[in-house]
Design a protein around this ligand. Structure first.
Ligand SMILES: Nc1ncnc2c1ncn2[C@@H]1O[C@H](COP(=O)(O)OP(=O)(O)OP(=O)(O)O)[C@@H](O)[C@H]1O
Length: 354
């Protein structure tokens, strides 16, 4: 057998040195891995890394797109401030809405969705307050994809299409609550809503843990109607005539009257409705009729919102153009604050057109 050449021996030694370096590096890696594995449960380590990267991805996604933050607590002081500063003459609504929402959002395990039924004369702030609530729950307010506003005469106008409305509405609610458990649904003009459509909503409002695999317990439903407005006005008027302060009216003076009155009123939409029968409405919230001083507050608020200086002459002019009832006493504005904006347009028009 021929002797190996010097070059071959040198090559063989270089190969051996390289092999020894690789083995040493592999052993070091193994020792390190064993050390880490001894210190942590590798499954948890994997989960932590996975969760961290998912969280980073989610957070950066939520910077650009709206995310459903169902566990995010309600900022109760911000809601309180909004209600106290923006909503005029509605001490009962302010108090009940604040308590109802705070209690519901603080409850980690509600047994049913929150259902609020807002009642009162036109222009007293029911839609306005729904907007405030929406903004405090989802930062984009009524424009949020987690807030859904239905208006009876707009979305469910034809009686002969009830079946279709029922199907569509149920699909819509199911799909949206699956996507975001803390979705908010507002139904305006409840008094004009067909009982069949109310029946379609009913299963979602009940105490079920899940319906077809979806839990509705963190959703919020707000119903608005003029039903019971006459009863609320009568109570407010009784207080006024007895020389008692409006702010002394308590919820107990109205809540029962309201639920019974609305239940028995054929034109209430909720007439003999199973929503009331089955106690599915958590709070009946009365909106009191607005007085002359409240109309003036609305005019000032609108001027501020427009960035105009407060001109008390215009404030008085707008308020005096509103009509007030009852005929003799003229205490309450029959449109609440509803036409304030258009009247202000008229008076603030350039060149003194008003
Ligand atoms: N109590 C209030 N405090 C402050 N602003 C109010 C109040 N009520 C009404 N407004 C103003 O008047 C506008 C119209 O009121 P809103 O739409 O909330 O009335 P509503 O009670 O929903 O009436 P409707 O029963 O006719 O639908 C609001 O956008 C708001 O600017």
């Amino acid at each position: 057998m021929p002797a190996p050449s010097v070059a071959a021996v040198a090559g063989w030694e270089r190969g051996m040195r390289r092999a020894r370096r690789l083995v040493a590096a592999a052993v070091l890696r193994l020792l390190l891995a064993a050390h880490v594995a001894a210190a942590f449960d590798p499954v948890s380590v994997g989960l932590v890394i996975g969760a961290a990267s998912a969280l980073t991805g989610y957070l950066s996604y939520c910077r650009f797109a709206e995310c459903c933050r169902e566990e995010q607590p309600l900022n109760a002081s911000a809601l309180k401030l909004d209600l106290e500063e923006k909503l005029f003459g509605q001490h009962l609504a302010t108090e009940v809405i604040l308590k109802a929402l705070t209690g519901f959002k603080n409850n980690k395990n509600p047994k049913k969705p929150l259902t609020l039924s807002l009642h009162g004369w036109a222009g007293t702030g029911k839609n306005f307050v729904s907007q405030i609530v929406a903004e405090n729950l989802h930062s984009k307010g009524l424009k949020s994809k987690f807030v859904h506003l239905f208006v009876s005469t707009l979305h469910f106008p034809h009686e002969q299409q009830i079946k279709l409305y029922q199907d569509q509405l149920q699909k819509w609610i199911r799909g949206n609550v699956s996507a975001c458990a803390s979705s908010l649904f507002i139904f305006d003009e409840m008094d004009k809503l067909h009982p069949g459509v109310i029946d379609a909503i009913k299963p979602f409002l009940d105490y079920y843990e899940q319906v077809d695999g979806v839990s509705y317990r963190k959703a919020i439903f707000i119903f608005l109607s003029n039903a019971g407005g006459d009863l609320i006005t009568k109570t407010a008027l009784d207080f006024w005539r007895a020389g008692r302060k409006r702010e002394d009216i308590e919820l107990k003076d109205l809540e029962h009257v309201l639920s019974v009155g609305v239940f028995n009123n054929k034109h209430s939409g909720l007439w003999h409705s199973s929503l009331i029968e089955r106690n599915l409405i958590d709070y009946f919230i009365p909106f009191l009729p607005l007085e002359y001083r409240h109309v003036k507050m609305c005019v000032r608020a609108e001027m501020r919102a427009r960035g105009s200086a407060i001109d008390e002459d215009i404030v008085t002019m707008v308020a005096e153009e509103m009509t007030f009832f009852p005929k003799d006493e003229k205490i309450y504005s029959d449109k609440g604050c509803k036409t304030v904006q258009s009247r202000l347009d008229f008076h603030e028009a350039p060149n003194g057109a008003g």
